[in-house]
Unconditional design. Structure first.
Ligand code: PEP
Ligand code: MG
Length: 738
């Protein structure tokens, strides 16, 4: 029997026969791997790694030597979750000398994390006097031992772990970037981490190999079905193929699973281990495209485990749960949402990813970039997500929990008050009617029309449903979606925006070249005009959906009047063909690119309406990326320059008789809404959650009184970074809830 197999067999024997002390395991590993030292460090509360057993270091160090996570080589392995293989450990920059261990004699060190369910429980290390690099087989065996050890350190469930003193009970706080504001209180559920296999070691490798082959085949079939369902034309898009290639080309990961099985593991344990390695490797890749594929790999491992498992049904999601995910695809988010989650925390997520776009559309409080949450949390633990303050609190203290529960009740009460506002017309206190509309991206948001009493849909982002689906739908499917939107809106107007893909909104199938500056790159209408087939299909779908009803369409990211004219020509050409023709076809533009402002006279002759996308306009006016957290608060839509810009735009549009609205996020904030109203922009489109507070603030606003105040503030603060403070002060003094 090979040394590794003998080691695993003996470990199994030891573990099967009661509670072998950790010391016995260290002796066994040192003997079988021919190392002079083997040590086990166990993570204790307070993020301390305590030397729990050793063969070779001084016995008196056991229980005494402690390293913080991140301290020394052992601490570094625990912090990064990565093994370290060092021929000359003492000259490694992280080395922390602990004289009580007597380890100065040993030059080489191999340390691997002991992890279970994505969580570090300790570190296992071996050392030798001779400077040497441990070979791949030795690393492999030590990692397998660590996996078995993890079972010993955390037998099952948190209750037993609590008894052992290993379960974390203290509150932990995580920051991040706000994706969708709001609060959620509930137990956490974890996405993408698969429960460790119940059985780790197998007697009959041949049988395990056969199970693996069957499961791999079933998984492959499932994936093929998924892909052919998503890609009706059968042409596998580049990125899906690339994801396949990447996984398949990973030195044959199925072959590595097979090797692990031959080493004595069950098929599940082997998939689990190789999948974990693959994930760890991908996590170190900086390229954002490859990192996006992490979700695919996690998905693939999950599918293979499920295929091995038969079909265990998806576990129930507790009421109001907060989902923790490393990464998350849009379809998975929809799935979780349907299962009842109330909040979302993503480790890698930026405010711009697909899951972010969807979370926003769903109004699901969400935090991105919260590193380390999965590692720290156990499913079912209580938590508070305060996405207003970019904070996630795991295992909150009772007082904190109560404070948030009170806040949640207050919000519910406010919600009830807002519900009453639904039937009131949107007017200022002195009687100016304001048109408040909704930004919508998914059919399931249509219910908000009734719930908020909105006047219509001021922005229907057609690309959101495609992102959720993972591909551009064909004409019939698109027409069905747009038809549902028009049905739900009834007599209320809907402004459809044509596909705004690219930049931060990428479909898995889109062949987008690498770009330094995707927000200013080949995106949106630029792609549509260069590859007009997609726009033509979409135009046809919109016209079919209208089925004779009025139809309003606008284009995103228009930078020149010529682009607008070209896009309109495509739409009009389709309109010639589709019957019945819409009762009235209105064609307008988004105003997001500043260049259009210098072609206003010409533009106003050609468009039937303009909707200002302040999100993009702001980023291009100030040359400040909208997704960069460090810039988030730097430039203000209420800066004197922006207010002047909007003022002039409003006057020109009014003179030309062209309706003007604002549909960027700014329209959904009370202070901005009252400022826009004072500039004469009285049509505002926003997320459903933003509408009631805006309506309430406007109802308290004496617009006639505010206009000269705004003019005075603009004069006196013309050189300020923003007019926000003086406007807010006036609003508060006049009892306006902003
Ligand atoms: C905008 O840019 O303001 C806008 C409404 O479009 P999106 O946020 O979809 O880019
Ligand atoms: Mg935009």
């Amino acid at each position: 029997m090979s040394a590794p197999r003998r080691l695993l067999a003996r470990m199994r024997h030891l573990m099967a026969h009661g509670t072998a002390p950790l010391a016995e395991l260290t002796q066994l590993v040192a003997a079988e791997l021919v190392t002079e030292v083997c040590s086990i460090y166990v993570l204790r509360p307070g993020d301390l790694l305590e030397l729990a057993a050793t063969e070779g270091l001084r016995p008196e160090a056991v229980g005494r030597t402690k390293l913080r996570v991140g301290e020394g080589i052992i601490g570094l392995v625990a912090a990064t979750g990565q093994p370290l293989n060092l021929p000359d450990a003492q000259n490694h920059p992280a080395f922390a000398y602990r004289p009580e261990t007597g380890e100065e004699k040993y030059a080489s060190l191999l340390a691997v994390p002991v992890r279970r369910a994505g969580r570090t429980l300790g570190v296992l290390g071996v050392q030798n006097r001779q400077p040497r690099r441990y070979d791949a087989d030795e690393v492999d065996v030590l990692e397998t031992v660590a996996m078995l050890l993890a079972e010993k350190l955390a037998p099952a469930g948190s209750a037993e772990r609590a008894e052992e003193g290993l379960a974390a009970t203290v509150a932990r706080r995580f920051g991040g970037s706000v994706i969708v504001p709001g609060i959620a209180i509930g137990p956490v559920v974890r996405h993408g981490l698969h429960a460790p296999p119940a059985r780790l070691l197998a007697d009959d490798p041949a049988q395990e190999l056969a199970r693996l082959a069957t499961a791999a085949e079933a998984m492959q079939r499932g994936l093929d079905e998924l892909i052919s369902a998503r890609l009706p034309d059968g042409e596998a898009p580049r990125e899906v193929l690339a994801a396949y290639r990447l996984v398949a080309a990973d030195a044959g990961w199925i072959r590595r699973v097979e090797d692990a099985i031959r080493g004595g593991l069950t098929a599940e344990a082997a998939v689990h281990r190789v999948g974990g390695e693959l994930r760890d490797r991908m996590r170190r890749v900086a390229d954002p495209y490859l990192r996006e594929r992490l979700a695919d790999i996690e998905d693939m491992v999950g599918r293979l485990l499920r295929a091995l498992d038969g079909s265990t049904p998806q576990p129930e999601v507790p009421e109001g749960a907060i989902l923790l995910a490393r990464r998350l695809g849009p379809a998975e988010l929809l799935d979780w949402h349907a299962r009842g989650i109330a909040g979302l925390v993503i480790e890698d997520g930026s405010a711009a990813g697909h899951a972010a776009v969807l979370a926003r559309a769903l109004g699901l409080p969400a935090l991105g970039g919260a590193r380390g949450v999965l590692e720290a949390a156990e499913s079912g633990e209580p938590a508070v997500l305060d996405a207003d303050e970019a904070l996630f609190v795991l295992r909150p203290e009772q007082e904190v929990l109560s404070a948030y529960e009170r806040e949640r009740e207050a919000r519910c009460a406010r919600q009830a008050r807002f519900a009453e506002l639904r039937h009131r017309p949107a007017t200022t206190a002195d009687g100016t009617a304001i048109t408040l509309m909704l930004n919508v991206g998914l059919p399931l948001e249509l219910a908000h029309l009734e719930a908020t009493g909105a006047a219509g849909i001021g922005l229907f982002r057609t690309e959101i449903a495609m992102l959720a689906r993972g591909a551009v739908a064909d004409v019939a499917e698109q027409a069905a979606v747009y038809g549902r939107v028009l049905d739900a809106a009834g007599a209320r107007p809907v402004l459809f925006r044509t596909l705004d893909l690219g930049g931060d909104k990428l479909l898995p199938g889109s062949a987008v070249p690498e770009e330094e500056n995707p927000a200013m790159g080949w995106r949106s209408l630029r792609v549509a005009l260069d590859r007009p087939a997609v726009l033509r299909k979409q135009a046809r779908a919109l016209l079919l959906a209208a089925d004779g009803r009025p139809l309003s369409v606008m284009f995103p990211m228009v930078a020149t009047v010529a682009e607008f004219a070209a896009a309109r020509a495509i739409l009009l050409a389709e309109a010639e063909r589709v019957r019945p023709a819409p009762q009235r076809l209105r064609i307008g533009t988004m105003l997001e690119v500043p260049a259009l402002l210098w072609q206003l006279d010409e533009l106003l002759k050609q468009v039937e309406f303009i909707s200002v996308g302040t999100n993009d306009l702001l980023q291009f006016v100030f040359a400040a990326d909208r997704g960069t957290p460090a810039l988030a608060a730097r430039y203000d839509v209420l800066a004197p320059g922006m207010v002047t810009l909007l003022d002039r735009l409003a006057r020109h549009a009014e003179a030309a008789g062209v309706p003007l609205s604002i549909c960027g996020e700014a329209a959904g904030r009370p202070l901005e809404a009252m400022t826009f109203a004072a500039l004469g922009i009285t049509s505002l489109s926003m997320a459903a959650g933003a509408l009631p507070p805006v309506k309430e603030a406007l109802a308290a606003l004496d617009l006639a009184a505010f206009r000269p105040v705004l003019a005075a503030i603009r004069r006196s603060d013309a050189a300020a970074a923003s007019l926000r403070e003086p406007i807010a002060t006036w609003a508060r003094e006049h009892g306006i809830p902003v």
